[in-house]
Design a binder for this molecule. Structure first.
Ligand code: ADP
Ligand code: MG
Length: 494
């Protein structure tokens, strides 16, 4: 093209520059991006349109300049293929409008080259942006991983629970400081002793079963209370919680075991129980002493006083004094009755005087009188022969406690009290047809919740070398049975 022709082309292009820019802007504004600043974008598009016009009219072909227009567009709006498509379409259709056909034909190849370069620049920029974003994401991920790793470390190291990480062959990969304290072995030692080696011999079988269930994947997690053997030989009671760690729900990769040391708690519990046992025996002894003292001391004195009052009443000739003396006698007699009842509760007098069978009958009829809604059935086998005093007292107390539970908890219609004497021993049963309950595996669990009745029955049974059976289930009534050998009544512990 001649210089003059170029000049003509340039001026034609400049004349249409605004229209082309407007069309371009309109084409890309809808391609999904929200321009932060529309004025700025339209300024840019205007400047790119001018550049494209210059490139088209210029004598020398400058592909780099065209690419840089594409790159600038890409920076503005890098990922939308639609932006590029609309750009190419708008420029392709719009820029040569109004150009004489001869000129347009000459300019066409240059225009195609310009559009191709814009596309290349745009794609290059898009790629660069993508890489940059990927890198940013990777860095962010690395930071997050480092952070969560640090958090995991902190939990692992400072946890009060012992923690062991095992592979799926049961090999120890990692252990924490708390576990070393609980077991008395360091990390390296634990990695080499087999789990069986640090387990109390009696708990080895159940530990292996437990491990097998988890490691085989039959269960994803479980708990086990077991005994370890501390490095110093002491027994450690522990609760184990083991869970499998699966990667994205697939094959298990690790097993994580949390170990809670229960030894201190067990010891405190045992101490409480010992204290309670001692207390039962001491309370009983104290009751006997009090009963005896009430009987021998104040009661005798008051009975004496009653005698004197009576004698005085008979002897006096002051008629006016008589009603006062009678009132005084009634008051004193009332106190004597109260003391007698009190002493009777402290030490059942019928038991002392007439023995267990009579005492049980008398106690049952007292309950019957106080609770007419409950029908009491007493079945005391004939041929009752006296038992050692301590045994009778223990059995009587157990019966009292059991019947108190019937009254307090059972809402029963019938209660049965049975005492059987066999050659070798004695059986006492208290049964009801009431609400029933689910007895815990260990009566200590009840004591832990502040219910001492059943536990004290058990303690008293143990003290006479007997066996206590508690049978009950909700809706099925309750039966408490004590079987004790006749002779071998031991002294209570404590
Ligand atoms: N005969 C019974 N019928 C129904 N529930 C009973 C009976 N005996 C005991 N229980 C249940 O067992 C629990 C424990 O009884 P116990 O050890 O005597 O403590 P306490 O009577 O102080 O609650 C009672 O709270 C009650 O829920
Ligand atoms: Mg009770």
């Amino acid at each position: 093209m001649e210089q003059a022709d170029r000049q003509d082309v340039r001026s034609r292009l400049q004349a249409r520059e605004q229209a082309v820019a407007a069309r371009w802007l309109e084409a890309i504004v809808d391609t999904g991006f929200v321009p932060a600043n529309l004025t700025e974008v339209s300024r840019q598009v205007a400047s790119w349109t001018a550049q494209v016009g210059d490139l088209l009219a210029a004598e020398a072909w400058a592909p780099e300049a065209a690419r840089s227009v594409g790159a600038a567009l890409g920076r503005l709006h890098a990922r939308e293929a639609e932006t590029l498509a609309q750009t190419l379409a708008a420029l392709g259709q719009e820029i040569l409008v109004g150009m004489p056909p001869g000129r347009a034909a000459v300019l066409q190849p240059r225009l195609v080259a310009i559009l191709a370069a814009i596309a290349a620049g745009f794609l290059q920029q898009a790629q660069a942006t993508l890489l940059e974003e990927q890198e940013l994401a990777r860095d962010a991920l690395a930071v997050a991983l480092r952070r969560s790793e640090a958090r995991y470390r902190a939990i692992f190291q400072h946890s009060a629970l012992g923690i062991a990480l095992l592979d799926m062959h049961g090999r120890i990969l990692e252990t924490n400081a708390a576990l070393h304290t609980i077991l008395g072995y360091g990390a390296a030692e634990l990695r080499h002793v087999p789990a069986v080696g640090i387990t109390h011999p009696e708990d080895v079988a159940k530990t292996l079963r437990f491990y097998d269930e988890i490691m085989s994947g039959r269960r994803d997690q479980g708990q086990l209370v077991k005994r370890y053997r501390h490095q110093d030989g002491q027994i450690v009671y522990a609760r184990l919680s083991m869970s499998l760690v699966r990667e994205d729900g697939g094959e298990p990769q690790f097993a994580i075991t949390l170990v809670e040391d229960l030894t201190a708690r067990r010891r405190a519990e045992a101490e409480r129980l010992d204290a309670f046992r001692g207390l039962t025996a001491r309370v009983e002894a104290e009751r006997l002493r009090l009963a005896r003292e009430l009987h021998d001391g104040p009661m005798q004195t008051l009975l004496g006083a009653l005698g004197y009052l009576g004698a005085y009443e008979r002897a006096t000739d002051q008629a006016a004094a008589r009603p006062h003396l009678q009132t005084a006698r009634r008051l004193v007699a009332g106190v004597v009755d109260m003391l007698r009842t009190l002493a009777g509760e402290l030490r059942p007098p019928v038991l002392e005087r007439y023995g267990l069978a009579a005492a049980l009958r008398s106690h049952a009829s007292e309950i019957q009188a106080a609770h007419p809604e409950l029908e009491m059935h007493v079945d005391v086998a004939p041929g009752y022969r006296p038992l050692p005093e301590r045994m009778e007292l223990a059995l009587f107390r157990i019966c009292q406690e059991a019947l108190r539970n019937v009254v307090d908890h059972a809402r029963a219609r019938h209660a049965w009290l049975r005492l059987d004497m066999e050659a070798g021993g004695v059986t006492l049963e208290v049964r009801d047809d009431g609400a029933g309950f689910a007895p815990p595996v260990s009566l200590r669990d009840l004591a832990r919740q502040g219910h001492f009745g059943l536990l004290s029955m058990e303690e008293r049974t143990k003290a006479i070398a007997g066996d206590l059976t508690v049978r009950s289930s909700p809706g099925q009534g309750t039966s408490i049975t004590v079987v004790a050998p006749r002779r071998r009544a031991r002294r209570a512990k404590g």
